[in-house]
Design a protein around this ligand. Structure first.
Ligand code: AQP
Length: 344
């Protein structure tokens, strides 16, 4: 079902599974803010139901959820203009997620590379939820009839699965009910890599804290991590094409470009021929100047957790007002009797 028939609506989510990284910020949250500022209806979620697909300490999960909410707002998401809430407060996600478990095919799920990466050699021991994660993600998107999903490169396959689920549901039931949402993967920071290994993505759950920059890192920590970031012995080249085969160097240039809102070619025009001993301090200074206001604003918001909870409750109510009628109609399409007169 082409998205042109639907009112444009943006949905995306991030797991409250620990500190938000520079990768999450540049690849996702910065884009969330730009889309909000474009005036499209935007719905952004702290996906706590996804986070529990791997073990989370309950007290830490609550803290991480509030911290992520604070990070969203500190990065520029405005709870008046965007709907901000945590997933478990809107039960329609889990309910539609189950229905989609019955639409998605096992063969489709078996092709999901993120499950293979995360489960690794342990596939027999990980939770069933980790395997079913992409069908819950499809429900997150489609329960709002969202048309656009800003994500980093690593989530492209999951958004494509959401399209397949929407198409199969529409086909099986002979309806034109769910849109096939478009992934929005733009800019120079769609895949920020680990500072220790240019072949792995920067990730909250990497065991090495030196592999990532967290939004809560202070200036000294940011500078130290960039100074110690792995590079190669060559100076910076003149053109982006010459960064091919130099993953660590390319990564640092892309981070600079995205933080400075510059094209990679312009960054290289400025630094061509310079060694990393000159580029890294400039990058550290830029990163500190961009991230310090964010971490300070997060700190102020976290001083008042009740206010954060209030914002999440209000966002949850606004989200449910969109999701519940879409879920009700889904049940009707499936032929399920819904004779109770009660609120979710
Ligand atoms: N390294 C990255 N570069 C660009 N974008 C990234 N994203 C994640 N890492 C990078 C984007 O951030 C959004 C939120 O991701 P998530 O928290 O839902 O899960 P994830 O993709 O699994 O991110 P992490 O940081 O690797 O989390 P953990 O370690 O908890 O699994 C998504 O849009 C993602 O593309």
């Amino acid at each position: 079902m082409g998205i042109s028939e639907f009112t444009p609506r943006v949905f995306s989510g991030i797991q409250p599974s620990g500190n938000l990284t520079l990768g999450n910020y540049l690849g996702a949250v910065k884009r969330f803010v730009e889309m909000q500022d474009d005036g499209i209806e935007t719905v952004y979620c702290m996906v706590d139901l996804h986070a529990i697909t791997v073990w989370q300490e309950p007290a830490e999960l609550a803290h991480n959820t509030r911290e992520l909410a604070a990070a969203f707002m500190a990065c520029g998401l405005d709870p008046e203009r965007s709907i901000l809430f945590n997933q478990s407060q809107v039960s329609a996600h889990a309910e539609l997620g189950w229905i989609f478990n019955c639409v998605a095919r096992l063969g489709w799920m078996n092709r999901m590379t993120q499950f293979k990466d995360k489960a690794g050699k342990n596939a027999e021991r990980v939770s069933l939820g980790l395997f079913a994660y992409p069908s819950l993600m499809a429900a997150d998107i489609l329960v709002y009839h969202a048309t656009h999903v800003p994500v980093g490169e690593d989530q492209k396959q999951h958004v494509e699965l959401a399209r397949d689920i929407a198409a199969k549901f529409n086909h099986d039931f002979g309806v034109a009910f769910f849109p096939e949402p478009e992934p929005v993967i733009e800019g120079s920071a769609t895949r920020i890599m680990s500072l220790r290994d240019g072949s792995r993505k920067m990730s909250k759950s990497d065991p090495s804290d030196m592999s990532r920059i967290n939004l809560t890192d202070g200036p000294d920590t940011i500078s130290r991590k960039i100074r110690k970031a792995r590079t190669d012995p060559f100076p910076l080249p003149e053109t982006p094409g010459e960064l091919d085969g130099r993953p660590e160097a390319g990564n640092l240039v892309r981070i600079y470009a995205s933080l400075a809102d510059m094209a990679e070619s312009d960054v290289l025009r400025q630094f061509a021929g310079k060694p990393f001993s000159e580029f890294k301090p400039a990058l550290a200074e830029l990163a500190v100047s961009r991230l310090r206001p964010i971490s300070e604003a997060m700190g102020r918001m976290l001083d008042d957790p009740a206010e954060v909870d209030r914002i999440l409750a209000e966002g949850g109510d606004r989200a449910a007002a969109i999701a519940d009628p879409i879920l009700d109609r889904t049940f009707e399409i499936l032929g399920m009797i819904r004779s109770r007169t009660r609120k979710r």
